[in-house]
Every structure is written in C-alpha cells, then in structure tokens.
Design a protein around this ligand. Structure first.
Ligand SMILES: [Zn+2]
Length: 361
C-alpha cells in the first residue's frame, strides 16, 4: 500500500504522539476508519467522536482491514482503512463523519452537548471540532476549548462541492492544503450509468412537481413565524438548535420512500434551520429528529414537536387517494411517464455500454 510518510505524520497528533484518524459511515451501515499505519488491528476498539454540534460518541470494534474506502478516498483521506464491526446502536446517518481515536477513551458530555475526551493524563479534556472551508471540512482536535486552546491535530476532508465557509484562521493555519494522491482517481475510473445516477433524482423531481405550493404572502409568513416562536424576524434562528438560520427546512419531505408525500412548498411546511440541522435531519421525520436530540429535556422536546406540528397544520396536504376520478386518471398518466423515463434511461445505458465496448476494441 502506498502511504507517504508525510501523510502519516500529518495524521498523527504531534503533541502526544497518539495516532488520530477519521471514520466515515457507509451506505450499508458500516464504518470505515482511516488511521496511520500500525495503529489499528482487528479486534481493537476505536472511540469515534462526531464533531458537529450535537456531538456524540460511538465505540466500535475493528473488524478487518479493507483495501479501499470510497468515501474517504474521494475526500482524499489516505489509508490504511479498516471496517468496523456493525455497531449495536443505530448509526446517526450515512453521511456521518467521526474523528477516530484508537482504544476506548474516557469521554464526558458537557451540558452544552460538547464531548470531551481523555487523550492522556496531559490532555484530559480534549475536544474535537469541524468547520467548513470553500470545498471541504477542517477536522481538528484541541487540548481544551476549540480555538482557545492548543490545536493538537488537523485534517482536511475534501467534499468537492461549495459550502458556506465557517473556519477561522486558527482552524486552518499552517497551510493546510488539500492532499491529492493517485488512488483518488479511482472514483472517476468507472463507466457512468444514466439510470443509476438518476434513479433517485427523477422520482424526486416528479414528486416535487406534484407538491402543492403556497403563494408568497408576507403577512401570513410573518404571522406563522411569530407563532413558531421566532423573536426577531430579521434574524431567523434554527428551530432545532437556536443558532442563526441559514436554510429553509421542509418539515415533511416532499418525497417519502420514493413517493410523493402529500406535502409541498407551503408556508406551514417550511421552517428556518441551520445547515447542519437541515442536513443531519435528512430524510428523517421532524418528530424522529427532535425526539433524538439529547441536548433538550423530555419536556422541551415535546414542546418543540407540538410547536412544529402546529406550524405544519397551516399546510394542507394533498392525499392522492382523495382525488376525484378525473384527477386520479391524470395522476396515473403522470406516474406512467415517470416509469417510462426510467425504462428509457436503462435502454440508453445499454446502448452506451455497447458503444464503449466498441471503442475499446
Ligand atoms: Zn440547527
């Protein structure tokens, strides 16, 4: 395996000599861990800390080494890579990332929801952090409070798409440049498949097109947001965590299990959210997402769910089953077009594959 010495050094914690790596959840519920050479072996445990607010800890056992790990390779994180055994607890989501420490380390959850980790007697209260730069994440480990204590470790995780930058100088100083190695070309060396690339986006577009849509009405919107508990309408805050809002989250997703979900772009279905909460919520229902928020008390969670349900009540869902016969027929035609489009894409894939095969010979 090609591991350059510089990369291994970069992943090591300079101050304590402890190797630190990165864990990434995969689609099929496994966790892939990248760690400096020699730091892990099957049967060892790793302590995984999810660095974004609403931090969490997971302990996992290393199952086996693996030659490749697509998500980490695309992010330009070098191996060696290991797959953990399936954790017994449910994974937070397939896009979750962790800072990984070998062994079972003592951790403590502060009332703010921040996790501290005991790296060594010299660093009993280390903390992890992630922030965004233009096209990626900077993952860091600090001796104490991030940005206010010594930075012990740093790694750049390449995302490949634009994100709103949130990093400070202290996060990224000492010229953290995105690394690139020959292995990362692998994700490009595979034939493109129209049908597999569009298998979820086409149904999503069709379901979105069915979504009912409210007209812009400033008075109604302000009323709804005030009722939702927003105190300053010029500075909307995330309904889930209270930080400054950045995006509008659809309380009920437009698409559920590949199908139209009765709700659309309605004032009552849209709430201010920060980017982290919006992406963490993903395909979950807002009820499940809030119910899993350990930073809130039981009473606070129930109150928030009630408030969001009251907001959602402003949006009238469309139940496809309740349509009159004429519209039911139009809906059938509409859904038949979607099936045809998917079939046509598969046909196109077959032709493309024949053409590629010919040009190879
Ligand atoms: Zn939030």
């Amino acid at each position: 395996m090609l591991i350059s010495g510089a990369v291994v050094l970069a992943m090591q914690i300079a101050a304590t000599g402890m190797p630190i790596g990165i864990g990434a959840a995969s689609q099929d519920g496994e966790i892939c861990v990248a760690m400096p050479t020699g730091a892990l072996a099957p049967g060892m445990t790793v302590t995984l800390i999810q660095p974004r607010p609403r931090q969490s800890v997971l302990s996992a056992t290393i199952g086996r080494p693996t030659p490749s790990c697509e998500r980490l390779e695309q992010a330009m994180i070098s191996g060696p890579y290991y797959l953990t055994q399936r954790p017994t607890s449910k994974l937070p989501g397939s896009d979750t990332l962790w800072v990984a420490f070998p062994g079972t380390l003592g951790t403590r959850e502060l009332s703010s929801g921040v996790i501290t980790v005991q790296l060594s007697p010299a660093y009993p209260n280390a903390q992890v952090r992630s922030c965004t730069s233009h096209e990626g994440l900077h993952l860091t480990v600090w001796a104490g409070t991030p940005l206010k204590s010594d930075r012990l470790w740093h790694e750049y995780y390449y995302l490949g798409y634009d994100v709103e930058p949130s990093c400070t100088d202290r996060d990224v100083r000492d010229g953290a440049m995105p690394k690139m190695n020959p292995k990362s070309i692998r994700s490009h060396l595979k034939p493109y498949s129209i049908s597999s690339k569009r298998r979820t986006t086409v149904p999503h577009a069709f379901a979105s097109a069915l979504g009912p849509c409210d007209e812009y009405d400033q008075w109604r919107i302000e009323q709804a947001l005030t009722a939702l508990g927003q105190e300053d309408l010029d500075h909307l805050t995330c309904v889930y965590c209270g930080r400054p809002g950045q995006t509008w989250d659809h309380l009920e997703n437009l698409v559920k299990a590949g199908r139209f979900n009765a709700y659309g772009h309605q004032i009552g279905n849209l709430v201010p959210s920060c980017r982290e909460c919006n992406s963490e919520k993903g395909g979950q229902s807002f009820r499940a997402f809030v119910a899993a928020d350990t930073r809130l008390t039981e009473v606070e969670r129930a109150a928030l769910i009630r408030r969001l349900e009251n907001h959602l009540a402003l949006a009238k869902p469309i139940e496809p089953g309740a349509l009159d016969p004429d519209r039911q027929e139009i809906l059938s035609k509409f859904l038949a077009v979607q099936v045809q489009i998917l079939q046509l894409m598969e046909e196109a894939d077959k032709y493309a594959s024949l053409l590629r095969a010919r040009s190879d010979g």
